[in-house]
Write a new protein. Structure first.
Length: 585
């Protein structure tokens, strides 16, 4: 960790080496004197490239940006002038070059090339057996790569004019190191520090155990696939939760083994890896993906009712829950959450369904089911979240003759306050923008929260929302729409999905029944291909309350089409509504 400050015009630094500071805090290392202190801006630090590390420091002195390299051990190099300016900021790219931003009659930028030859990649475990070798660019005309496999040097590789090289064929499995130098094979230039990587055998595939074993305890037989001829050993690892229960090493001639002792009821997972064992140069493949299995405890279940798209009105009611039977289950537990907190739980349910009678407040409800038997509890099901709507007035796409007398909504039991927002549709930004925002205190049980606007709303289309808060925690947000004298959002009926005919009829409704004109716009693959401007509603009438417009498209027009409709009357414009279809060849 590199630290700096300008203190009494001295450029002072310290370095934390991982265990201690290199310099006592009462006697910091001073790089330079008569330096400029810049309020609210510290001197810049950029990491130096290469394995030797260190850092470049940048500061201002006499209107000039200065730099100095400092090693990990705190040894400073020569101080150099960079450029006239001040307020430097710097970073290092992956090739080790420095990018400097500073101020000098405006913001300035320059790139500082640092000629440090360093092997960059590959490193670690390599799964691609023709990896791209890459090193820093020192602008040399040619380079030479030296590869060592399992301690044995391979033929040198000459590379001209570029800083990458890719083998023409697969590298053999092995433990590799590599380095690079400038020039040809007989060049006296020093080699870069070496990088190491492993080319491993192919990762095996897991076969069994998987799923559920009915009786407990049980001794599972592990089976896997693996055909890499370089493999000399397989390693099985058994896991339960975050704990590794044990490992088994198996000769490469075998692809099955029994666990060492019976396992009690519970959930388990296992994986396998392949090894090429060679003294001092053993390489391991990555472990396979985990394969889960269970012993004794019930299998999985899935909730079938309610569905995630279901909506209910608030109030006292009975909501039914059902789920698929889990293998081996003798009973079930149902838990229901409201806005993330436990709402109710039902225990020892013998069947695969249950009903919950309660006062359902507005919000999001999440149901989960856990199968159970004498050996223990199964896994919780995937959660299903459904919504209990908040009743709001005004609501729907109603067009009103004047500003609503009041805004009213369903009370939430646990709320301490509500945040109400009224947003008006903007034709310029094509979105709803906030025009009113009010906090409303909670009302007594049995009362209805409300807010009465003190100023009339302009003619136009509105969206309004209510969020209930439990102190500072925001819970459920509900949304509704209305219009003041302007038309509502059209309801787009057809087309949707794939459309084969290139003569397409667009059909919509006007829920407010107040639009006297409509505008229709169509895009094909992002390109606007139709814009009717405003047309008389009477000319588009298909049947009472239903309107349409037919367009012909060239045979070359295929792919996704988006269409939108907007209503208009003498009082204003309504909001757009969009839909899509796919035009087939």
């Amino acid at each position: 960790c590199y630290i700096n400050t300008i203190f009494y015009s001295k450029m002072c630094i310290n370095i934390w080496d991982g265990t201690k500071m290199l310099f006592p805090t009462s006697f910091l290392k001073v790089l330079d004197t008569d330096c400029a202190f810049e309020p609210r801006h510290g001197a810049a630090i950029a990491p130096a490239p290469g394995p030797s590390g260190g850092a470049f420091f940048f500061w201002t002195k006499g209107g000039m940006i200065k730099t100095c390299y400092v090693s990990k051990k705190g040894v400073a190099g020569k101080i150099m002038d960079v450029t006239p300016g001040r307020t430097a900021a710097a970073t290092t790219d992956r090739d080790g070059n420095i990018h400097l931003v500073y101020y000098s009659n405006g913001s300035r930028y320059r790139k500082i090339f640092v000629s440090t030859l360093d092997a960059l990649s590959p490193t670690g475990v390599v799964t691609d057996r023709t990896p791209a070798f890459r090193w820093s660019n020192t602008k040399a005309a040619s380079y030479t790569l030296e590869l060592t496999r399992d301690g044995v040097k391979q033929p040198l590789v000459p590379v001209s004019g570029v800083v990458t090289w890719t083998p023409g064929s697969d590298l053999a499995v092995g433990d590799y190191s590599w380095r690079v130098k400038e020039g040809g094979a007989f060049s006296t230039s020093p080699y870069s520090p070496a990088k190491s990587f492993d080319v491993t055998p192919a990762t095996p595939g897991t076969v069994a155990p998987a799923g559920r074993t009915a009786s407990a305890p049980a001794t599972p037989t592990f089976q896997w696939t693996g055909t890499d001829p370089t493999t000399t050993r397989y390693t099985i690892e058994l896991v339960q939760g975050a704990e590794v229960l044990g490992t088994l090493n198996v000769d490469s001639n075998s692809h099955a083994i029994d666990w060492t002792a019976p396992l009690p009821a519970g959930f388990y997972a296992w994986h396998v890896r392949a090894s090429r064992v060679l003294a001092g140069h053993t390489v391991f493949s990555p472990y396979s993906e985990d394969l889960s299995f269970q012993i004794g405890v019930p299998g999985l279940t899935t909730i079938t009712k309610p569905e995630a798209t279901d909506n209910f009105n608030p109030g006292v009611q009975t909501i039914g829950f059902s789920w698929n039977g889990a293998e081996g289950a003798t009973s079930y537990k149902l838990k229901v959450l409201h806005n993330g907190s436990v709402f109710d739980s039902l225990f020892n349910i013998a069947d695969t369904n249950a009903s919950l009678n309660a006062n359902f407040w507005p919000g999001y409800y999440t149901a989960i089911v856990q199968p159970q038997n004498g050996d223990g509890n199964g896994m919780w099901s995937e959660p299903v979240t459904f919504e209990v709507n908040r009743e709001m007035r005004p609501t729907g796409d109603n067009t009103l003759d004047q500003t609503p007398a009041s805004f009213r909504w369903s009370r939430s039991k646990d709320a301490t306050k509500y945040l109400l927002k009224v947003m008006m549709y903007s034709q310029s930004s094509r979105r709803f923008e906030v025009v009113r925002e009010r906090w409303v205190s909670q009302v007594p049980s049995g009362a209805t929260p409300s807010w009465t606007p003190s100023v009339a709303l302009e003619n136009g289309a509105y969206r309004w929302s209510v969020t209930d808060y439990a102190d500072s925690k925001a819970n459920y947000t509900s949304v509704s729409y209305f219009q003041v004298k302007a038309p509502s959002r059209p309801t787009l009926i057809a087309p949707s999905g794939d459309v084969a005919s290139h003569t397409v009829e667009l059909i919509w409704e006007d829920p407010s029944e107040t639009a006297t004109q409509f505008q229709i716009v169509v895009w094909n693959n992002g390109e606007k291909v139709r814009d009717t401007g405003f047309l008389p509603a009477a000319d588009l009438l298909k049947s009472p309350g239903v309107f349409s417009k037919t367009f012909g498209f060239a045979d070359s027009r295929v792919g996704e089409c988006t269409w939108r409709v907007q209503g208009k009357n003498s009082k204003g414009l309504g909001p757009w509504r969009d839909a899509s279809f796919n035009l087939l060849p």
